[in-house]
Every structure is written in structure tokens, then in C-alpha cells.
Design a binder for this molecule. Structure first.
Ligand code: GAP
Length: 514
């Protein structure tokens, strides 16, 4: 079995080899941190988006979806605070000339100490079996206690530095922790500087009247500026939500880890508008609901955890991440933020227009508070891909790579395979394909041995393969092979659509969310 680093490399090459993800503009040697989704990637991505959209918009009568433009009036980004404060602290290593995010260097250092704690916990849990009590162990084991103390000290110091915007202190933390550049191995660091992450461009045909506008760094602002439009035209009553999915752009300083941190990516965001004073109740409800959404996909419980933000953004009164254990460790997958009335109030000030809700029960106007759930579609894609990727040794000694993608999200639901390319089998298979394609995205393949074709379908995560052989011509039966168990069964061809439908139906997952 490959180690985590090799495993991650294998996942990246698998994603390319099987048409999931390509580097953007590859023939020109690529564009850093920008990726294209291939034929299978586009399907998987669409299915994840559908699952999110249905669970938000279709399953909740008080949530509606919109699709706002990427370009927005430049003052939007002034009001939201992005022009002045959407910065990352960057630091360069003078020897390697490599640039890093100072906060990420510190967070990675903390993650290494956390990994030591986890190792102690796993060892002890194995030793003590059912009797193991993690909370007691954490509070009594001297090595764990000492490491936890180190983490708390670093986090406190870092939080204070960020709150005071004290970049000299951020640099000093890096120096004191003896963090070295992974490339040069040296501690020869520059000062820490702030770097704004927004991309800008010019709108207008001639330079004199062209104005600077930004590519949106989050989709949320398109929701805030449409708050009253949607509330009034949809006759929405508080509490209610507005959801949207779409592209966002950030000029990330360090773009690493494949599609984890991209410069162009897609977000799935929902702003839930509530009565002031009720926001913590909704914040906790949405935390729970979002975790359930992830777990319904069949991930082991240990793969996700909550992580409270060390430093709250200027607009938030509570915020946490749902972290996922990627092959490179636990990292942020989704953010849940209680954003107060900051955004709506700020847009009121900058636009001079009222963005208030009239509560007919109390006969009063107020600016609602907002609880936001925000997840990166590409990160969710990576979570699913890295969890699904399995290198298996089979009983007969052969190897197979399979993607155990939840069937409802699989790019292709059923492969249609004539056993041989003659005797009327391709024609019969095509006939079956022509019926099934109305229900499911199917793939027809007649080239190579049936074994090779099964392996190819396993590698893209197709839950079912249907083989058409000579018996099919006599009695209209086919063999259906299930991806995970590799079990084959002979069934009437008329049953195929029903079997596939039952397994790939999103309904089961959506039902569990309620
Ligand atoms: N509206 C709130 C907001 O944008 P965020 O924590 O900056 O919050 C939300 O981003 C989510 O968007 C993250 O949890 C992550 O999944 C995704 N995301 C952020 N930056 C990303 C990037 N550079 N590449 C891929 N996904 C990213």
C-alpha cells in the first residue's frame, strides 16, 4: 500500500488518466492552480452540485436558489470589506525565493504537533481496546498534555498577532518555532506583508472610461445585494435562505495540493436570513445539518471534524470549519459562519438603499442576521475522489484500481458491453443502450476483452456493467456486474433500468437528511 504522499500522487495521475481533471492549457505547460474538468470530472462535479442544490433548495420550502453575475459593481467589494481587508500575510524565503502564506506555515506546524497527539491516541486506543477513554487520556498523558499546551500557546500568540494586525509578531512566531523553508531548509525569512487576493480587470471599451472591476472572490455578495429582490418577489418570510453555486476567483499566494487551493474555483453557498438574537440557534442547526449532509455520503465518521476559527473575521460572531481528512491531513472543506448583519448594513450604507425586512407579525422593520454555509465544490470533489480511490489486491492475485464513488454521484451509472464484436451482439447491446439512456448516463464499449472493460469501468467508478452475450439473443437476459462486490447475476434485460435506478437514486440520501 502506498504511503499518503504516494497515494495522493496516484490519485492525481488517476484523475488525469481517466478523464476527470486536466491541467488548464496543458499544451502550453499549464497555468498555475487552474484546472479543467474532463468528461468524467464534469459529470461527477455536476452530480455533487445537484446533491447540494437538491438538499438545499428542493428539500427546504424556505430556501430558494439564484444565479447572480460574476461581475458586480466595484463598490460591492468596498462595502463587503474585500478591497481593504481580503488579504493573506505572505512571507518569502530569501534562499529558495519561494513564497508562502505565513498563516499556513504556522498552521502546518501546529498540525504536525496535532499529528503527534493523534499517534499517541491511536497507540493507546489499540492497547486499551474498549476500555479506552480518549478524554481522560488527553487530560492525563504527559506527552499529550505537553503537546496540547504547545498548540494552545502558539494559537493564542497567533490569534493576538492577527487581531492586532501585527505582522512583525507573525514573523517572530515563525522564527521562534524554527520553521524552515521546505525547499531550501533555511530560516532566512523576509518580512511578512499583506497581499490582496482579488483579481481585477477593466470594464469598458476605451481606456478613458474603463473602470476597474473585480472578479468575485465569493458568491455570497451576489446573494446579499439581491436580498430584497428575492424576499419581495418570492414573498419570503424570515427565516429563509438564498442559495447559489458559481465560480469565484482568488489570486492565491501559494497554490498547492492540486484542486484543493485553486485560483478559479466553484463555491456552493447559502445565506440564511434570521431574526437578530436567533442566529446562534440557527448557526448550531446548520452546523449539524451540514455535517449530516457529508456523512450521508457514507464517509467514516472519523473523516470529518469541526474546527472553530481561531480568529473571527470582522463580520462574524461565530465561525467554524468542517474539516476533512485529505491524503495530506485534516483541512478545511466547508465554512459555517454567523455573519451578523454586517453585510446588509454595510450595503445599506454604501448604496444608500434600505435592505430591511418588514415583519408583519411585530409590525417592525429590521436588518436580518445571516448564517452562512459555504463549501468549495472542487474541494468536495477532491474529498470524494480521495475517499473513493482504492488500490485492491484481488483473490486471484491480480490488482485493480476502483473508485467507490457513491453510486448516485458516479459519472456513468451503467456500462453496456457486448461480449464480442460480432454475431449481432453489438446491435442488441445498442438496442439496450437506446432504452437505458432515457433514464441514466450510460457508456457503450465493445473494444478489448470483457475483463479489461470491467477494469476501465471500475477505474471511473461505474456502479453497474451489463454484458450482452449469445444467451441474450435467445432469452433476453443479460449479466449485471456490481462494481464493489464484482458479483455477477443473470437477469431479464427489462429489469436493468429498475436495478440501476434503485441504487443510484438520490432520494435515499435526501430522505436521510430530514
Ligand atoms: N463566503 C464565505 C467564504 O467565501 P471561505 O472560507 O473563504 O468563505 C468557503 O470559502 C469555501 O470555499 C472554503 O471552505 C473552501 O471549500 C472553498 N475555497 C476557498 N478558497 C478556495 C480555493 N482557493 N480553491 C478551492 N476552494 C476554495
Amino acid at each position: 500500500m502506498a504511503n499518503q504522499e504516494d497515494l495522493f500522487k496516484n490519485i492525481i495521475s488517476h484523475a488525469k488518466e481517466y478523464g476527470f481533471i486536466f491541467q488548464s492549457s496543458e499544451i502550453y505547460d499549464g497555468l498555475s492552480a487552474v484546472y479543467d474538468y474532463g468528461q468524467n470530472g464534469a459529470e461527477l462535479k455536476k452530480n455533487i452540485r445537484d446533491y447540494w442544490w437538491k438538499s438545499m433548495v428542493q428539500m427546504n420550502e424556505n430556501i430558494v436558489g439564484i444565479d447572480s453575475a460574476i461581475f458586480m459593481h466595484p463598490t460591492v467589494w468596498k462595502a463587503s470589506g474585500h478591497v481593504d481587508a481580503f488579504n493573506d500575510p505572505l512571507i518569502d524565503n530569501k534562499d529558495s525565493k519561494k513564497r508562502y502564506r505565513a498563516d499556513v506555515l504556522i498552521e502546518d506546524h501546529v498540525a504536525k504537533i496535532e499529528a503527534k497527539i493523534q499517534k499517541e491516541i491511536s497507540k493507546a486506543s489499540e492497547r486499551f481496546g474498549d476500555k479506552f477513554d480518549e478524554a481522560v487520556f488527553r487530560s492525563t498523558n504527559p506527552r499529550v498534555v505537553e503537546n496540547q499546551k504547545k498548540i494552545d500557546e502558539i494559537n493564542n500568540r497567533f490569534k493576538n498577532a492577527l487581531e492586532k494586525n501585527d505582522l512583525t509578531e507573525v514573523r517572530q512566531i515563525i522564527i521562534d518555532l524554527e520553521i524552515v523553508c521546505p525547499v531550501s531548509g533555511s530560516r532566512n525569512w523576509t518580512e511578512v506583508r499583506q497581499f490582496n487576493l482579488m483579481f481585477s480587470t477593466q470594464m469598458g471599451s476605451v481606456s478613458e472610461d474603463a473602470g476597474t472591476i473585480y472578479l468575485r472572490p465569493e458568491t455570497a455578495q451576489g446573494i446579499f445585494v439581491n436580498f430584497l429582490n428575492v424576499q419581495k418577489t418570492g414573498r419570503m418570510k424570515i427565516p429563509f435562505g438564498i442559495a447559489q453555486t458559481g465560480k469565484a476567483f482568488r489570486n492565491e499566494i501559494v497554490a498547492r495540493q492540486f484542486i484543493f487551493r485553486m485560483r478559479e474555483f466553484e463555491q456552493m453557498e447559502m445565506q440564511f436570513f434570521v431574526k437578530p438574537g436567533t442566529e446562534m440557534e440557527w448557526y448550531n442547526k446548520w452546523k449539524e445539518a451540514r455535517m449530516k449532509w457529508h456523512r450521508t455520503l457514507g464517509f467514516p465518521e472519523s473523516k470529518h471534524r469541526f474546527h472553530d476559527h481561531i480568529k473571527l473575521a470582522h463580520y462574524a460572531n461565530a465561525a467554524c470549519d468542517i474539516e476533512f481528512e485529505f491524503p495530506f491531513g485534516f483541512k478545511e472543506l466547508e465554512g459555517i459562519h454567523s455573519r451578523t448583519d454586517f453585510d446588509l448594513k454595510s450595503h445599506e450604507q454604501f448604496s444608500g438603499k434600505k435592505l430591511q425586512y418588514f415583519d408583519s407579525d411585530d409590525n417592525q422593520n429590521f436588518v436580518p442576521y445571516v448564517v452562512e454555509t459555504s463549501i468549495g465544490l472542487d474541494r468536495m470533489f477532491l474529498a470524494i475522489l480521495s475517499q473513493a480511490y482504492k488500490e485492491e489486491k484481488l483473490e486471484d492475485g491480480s490488482d485493480r484500481v476502483v473508485l467507490n464513488i457513491p453510486p448516485m454521484l458516479a459519472p456513468i451509472k451503467c456500462a453496456i458491453l457486448p461480449l464480442v464484436k460480432k454475431d449481432g451482439l453489438p446491435e442488441k447491446a445498442q438496442e439496450i443502450m437506446d432504452v437505458l439512456k432515457y433514464d441514466h448516463l450510460c457508456s457503450y464499449e465493445e473494444k478489448d476483452s470483457i475483463g479489461k472493460r470491467y477494469r476501465r469501468q471500475d477505474a471511473i467508478g461505474t456502479p453497474y456493467a451489463v454484458t450482452i452475450d449469445h444467451q441474450t439473443l435467445e432469452d433476453s437476459t443479460v449479466t449485471i456486474r456490481e462494481r464493489d462486490s464484482m458479483k455477477q447475476e443473470r437477469i431479464p434485460v427489462d429489469n436493468v433500468a429498475k436495478i440501476v435506478s434503485e441504487r443510484v437514486d438520490m432520494r435515499k440520501a435526501l430522505t436521510q437528511l430530514n
